[in-house]
Ligand binder design. Structure first.
Ligand SMILES: Nc1ncnc2c1ncn2[C@@H]1O[C@H](COP(=O)(O)OP(=O)(O)O)[C@@H](O)[C@H]1O
Ligand SMILES: [Mg+2]
Length: 430
């Protein structure tokens, strides 16, 4: 791209330089030619005046002697000299030396003859002088006129030739510009195609990697859930049963012990410890994976969880349910439950709000969950410290639904999870 642009700039400068040079040249040539032609016309005019004067001298109707024309000839001569001097300067590069010499010598001869004619006239030989005019001067004047006329024609031809040359050069430049434009367009096309191709490849690779990452994350989440569920079950069932059994055995042993035996209070104390441990194990089991989710369903699990969170964190949570409820299957329930859990955790940890809203909507063909707070909202740019938000998205994917994060009118954060009913409803065919 840079090379292409550089070439365009360099070529533009080159073309501009040449065209302006050409223009100057053209202007110079035509200017000189024009001025040269003007001087030649002046010469021609002078020669005509000479011709007229000579005709008058020959007609002999005037009462003056021939010498009376001397002053007029003198004036014409000096004007001619001046015009020829200027012409010689302008035409210096174009006229061949022979041409200039011929013109100069013809003129010199002409003026010599004029001088001789006036000499005859002033010596009283008017007839001889007129003879001189007729025989020599008129012929020389005519020859001079022809030379000047030829020079004028030459000038004109030269002008035409120059403009033909310039036109040819312009044509050449134009052709070059077209060729260059085609080359540039081809280069741009090639570069663009290359860019599009490599971008496509890059995007395909990105999409592939992103899919892989998402798949991995979802597998991890699923594995984690099944492990937690397993441990939770084990704790609840195995340890719960054992501890319950230990408790009732201790109670029986206490009953069988003599009334005043010191064993009794100790047995009771151990029993109380066993009861407390049983409670702890149940709570832990519930925290790892709410057994309620599989037994009584999502709605009541959320009821319980929200009440507990309110108590534990001191945040007021308004819980609203709407629509005709349906039972959510355990597989989807756990993900929805985790989204609520993470969203409420974030409200507590990041929003600074003292109130939150949880809305569960049973729609015709979907389940919608909203968690909202009016706290400080997401910081911009969002910090990437945690993976809570990432996990929420992956869970939404696992549910075949979508999740979006927005800012409610009052400020803060609103998270909305949308799950199609056919994935959430336990009675729907999956
Ligand atoms: N309700 C909220 N209010 C304000 N900021 C939030 C909220 N939820 C999340 N955030 C911001 O988004 C970031 C990422 O959240 P998350 O992925 O859950 O990670 P973590 O909670 O471990 O920091 C948080 O660090 C916080 O800055
Ligand atoms: Mg978090």
């Amino acid at each position: 791209m840079v090379i292409t642009l550089g070439a365009v700039v360099a070529y533009s400068v080159y073309i501009t330089f040449h065209i302006s040079g050409l223009k100057a040249l053209q202007k110079d040539i035509s200017d000189r030619n024009r001025r040269d032609s003007l001087q030649l016309l002046r010469v021609q005019n002078d020669l005509n005046s000479v011709a007229l004067a000579m005709r008058d001298m020959l007609e002999n109707e005037e009462p003056y002697p021939l010498t009376a024309w001397r002053a007029q000839f003198q004036r014409i001569r000096s004007d001619l000299d001046d015009a020829l001097k200027r012409e010689a300067q302008l035409a210096i590069a174009r006229q061949t030396p022979e041409q200039s010499e011929f013109l100069a010598s013809s003129l010199a001869q002409f003026w010599d003859a004029v001088d001789r004619m006036f000499a005859l006239a002033s010596n009283g030989n008017e007839a001889g002088a007129r003879e001189q005019i007729r025989i020599t001067l008129q012929a020389r004047q005519a020859a001079l006129s022809t030379v000047v006329a030829r020079l004028l024609v030459q000038n004109n031809e030269r002008d035409e030739q120059a403009s033909r040359q310039v036109a040819q050069i312009y044509d050449r430049v134009q052709r070059q510009v077209y060729l260059f434009l085609i080359a540039i367009l081809a280069a741009i096309l090639f570069t663009s195609l290359y860019l599009i191709r490599s971008n496509r490849r890059l995007f395909a690779r990105l999409a592939f990697l992103s899919n892989q990452r998402s798949e991995l994350a979802q597998k991890l989440i699923a594995a984690q859930e099944s492990t937690l569920r397993h441990i939770s079950r084990e704790l609840h069932d195995e340890f719960g049963q054992i501890l319950t059994a230990v408790g009732s055995m201790l109670a029986r042993a206490e009953k069988h012990a003599p009334q005043d035996s010191p064993l009794r209070p100790e047995l009771r104390e151990v029993n109380e410890i066993a009861q407390a441990t049983l409670e702890n194990v149940r709570t832990l089991s519930q925290a790892l994976h709410p057994v309620m989710l599989d037994t009584t369903g999502l709605e009541s699990t959320l009821d319980w969880y929200i009440r507990t969170t309110e108590k534990q964190t001191g945040i007021k949570i308004s819980y609203e349910k709407s629509g005709a409820g349906f039972r959510v299957n355990g597989n989807s329930g756990i993900h929805i439950y985790r989204v609520v859990q993470e969203a409420l955790n974030n409200v507590v940890r990041h929003s600074g709000a003292k109130q939150a809203w949880v809305r569960l909507r049973f729609l015709e063909d979907a389940l919608e969950l909203e968690v909202e707070d009016h706290g400080k909202g997401f910081a911009l740019p969002p910090s990437n410290s945690g993976i809570g938000l990432v996990a929420m998205r992956e869970r939404a994917e696992l549910l075949g639904g979508s999740i979006d994060f927005s800012r409610p009118g009052e400020g803060g954060t609103r998270i909305r999870l949308h799950v199609p009913r056919k994935r959430a409803d336990s009675r729907a065919a999956v």
